[in-house]
Design a protein around this ligand. Structure first.
Ligand SMILES: *[C@@H]1O[C@H](CO)[C@@H](O)[C@H](O)[C@H]1NC(C)=O
Ligand SMILES: *[C@@H]1O[C@H](CO)[C@@H](O)[C@H](O)[C@H]1NC(C)=O
Ligand SMILES: *[C@@H]1O[C@H](CO)[C@@H](O)[C@H](O)[C@H]1NC(C)=O
Ligand SMILES: *[C@@H]1O[C@H](CO)[C@@H](O)[C@H](O)[C@H]1NC(C)=O
Ligand SMILES: *[C@@H]1O[C@H](CO)[C@@H](O)[C@H](O)[C@H]1NC(C)=O
Length: 358
């Protein structure tokens, strides 16, 4: 009796496993990440001509071994923290020489590149970087590899079950529209430039959907007018309100776009992850959140400001966990944790109460 029941169970289990195996990929849920320096985990370190690289100390000082790893911060990125809290594996950098099909199936891929923008022309002064279009092109190459490895049907299921993160837009303002050396700065005004960005982003997100992306989160912009570089350019040291207004205008239009795409594209759950208000609050009242400084970069060359990156010659603040900004552009690990928690709360994910480093 027991034995035949056991055999029946085994047979059913066998059928279930192989039935699923045949139709779908039995792969883990992984992430494909598209972004700029806020999400880069090493791509630019392999772009040897890029002027935006986090290849030298003190980048990465609070991450694992403490050696530079390509992240433009002292510790984790916002995408690292959110992925960790959702229990998803950390995707390796696309240009990581050890990246192969098995790694992609087990961990996904991160295409983010310092300097990257929604627009192809953004950050051209950095010489080398992957724009969002370029990153999507690289993703299409990844899809081709996986199809050859596991077959079209299983690959389609794999890519439809994966999570997508797109975190872009800061450079389109900071390293394009707001710099008079770029022609976009005189061809557009704030409003028409945002329209141009949003219509480009719409085409890009639709392209990702056509390639199989179904669950996608877009991270909105923070108060860019308050990054140390922007404050440095005002005589009073205050935030540049005109820059913040552009970020808010972009976020508002992007929220509408994501809602629209989510309701019109088949099976799409496209969401806008916003932390603008609470990041602004952190900058305005750092003491309320256990921080001590929200103006100066933790890593700087003393009086020589601004510098493009943190360098081995720079000096570090005494307590990195008390600073909101790590360098002229990028938040610290500790600030990223707050941003990540806020995005998760807004998206309805319950943040685990875990502030541990990796
Ligand atoms: C942007 O760059 C991609 C290649 O990365 C190219 O295919 C596309 O045509 C370009 N788009 C525009 C508007 O220049
Ligand atoms: C979505 O956008 C399209 C065209 O851009 C527009 O016609 C439609 O009304 C929008 N739908 C919603 C729900 O906003
Ligand atoms: C949407 O989901 C349904 C049910 O899973 C599936 O049959 C259909 O093919 C999907 N459509 C697209 C465009 O993904
Ligand atoms: C907080 O910042 C002030 C001024 O920058 C500094 O004098 C003080 O030592 C800092 N305190 C801590 C705990 O970092
Ligand atoms: C998170 O943990 C800290 C200390 O470990 C505690 O003070 C705080 O109340 C916790 N927050 C929540 C929402 O549980």
């Amino acid at each position: 009796m027991e034995g035949s029941r056991m055999r029946l169970c085994m047979a059913i289990l066998f059928l279930l496993i192989f039935g699923i195996w045949n139709k779908r990929c039995s792969c883990a849920v992984v992430q494909f990440i598209f972004g700029d320096s806020l999400s880069d985990v090493g791509n630019n370190n392999y772009l040897t001509k890029s002027l935006a690289r986090a290849a030298l100390p003190w980048y990465g000082i609070d991450f694992e071994s403490g050696m530079p790893n390509g992240r433009f911060t002292n510790g984790r990125t916002v995408a690292d923290i959110i992925g960790d809290k959702l229990g998803l594996p950390r995707p390796p950098a696309f240009l990581d020489p050890s990246l192969d099909e098995d790694m992609i199936i087990n961990s996904g891929v991160n295409y983010a590149s310092g300097g990257g923008g929604i627009l192809n022309e953004t950050s051209s002064l950095f010489v080398q970087r992957f724009s969002l279009y370029k990153q999507i092109e690289l993703f299409q190459g990844t899809q081709e590899l996986i199809r050859r490895k596991i077959g079209r049907e299983a690959a389609d299921a794999f890519f439809e079950e994966s999570r997508y993160v797109v975190a872009m837009g800061s450079n389109d303002f900071i390293n394009n529209f707001l710099l008079p050396v770029y022609s976009d700065s005189w061809s557009y005004n704030g409003e028409t430039f945002i329209d141009y960005l949003i219509s480009t982003l719409e085409a890009q997100l639709k392209l990702l959907h056509s390639l199989g992306a179904r669950q996608l989160t877009f991270f909105g912009l923070g108060p860019m007018g308050c990054i140390p570089l922007q404050r440095f350019m005002t005589s009073s040291g205050q935030c540049q309100q005109s820059t913040n207004k552009l970020a808010l205008g972009f976020n508002k239009a992007a929220t509408k776009l994501l809602d629209n795409l989510s309701s019109t594209l088949p099976n799409a759950t496209f969401r806008f992850g916003d932390a603008y208000d609470s990041f602004q609050d952190l900058i305005n009242r750092p003491y309320m959140f256990g921080f001590n400084d929200s103006h100066a970069p933790c890593c700087s060359l003393g009086k020589i400001r601004p510098t493009l990156t943190c360098t081995p010659l720079s000096t570090l603040c005494k307590d990195r966990s008390k600073y909101v900004f790590w360098d002229e552009y990028h938040p610290t690990d500790q600030a990223n944790e707050l941003i990540a928690n806020e995005i998760m709360t807004k998206l309805g994910y319950k943040p685990t109460n875990d502030t541990s480093n990796p």
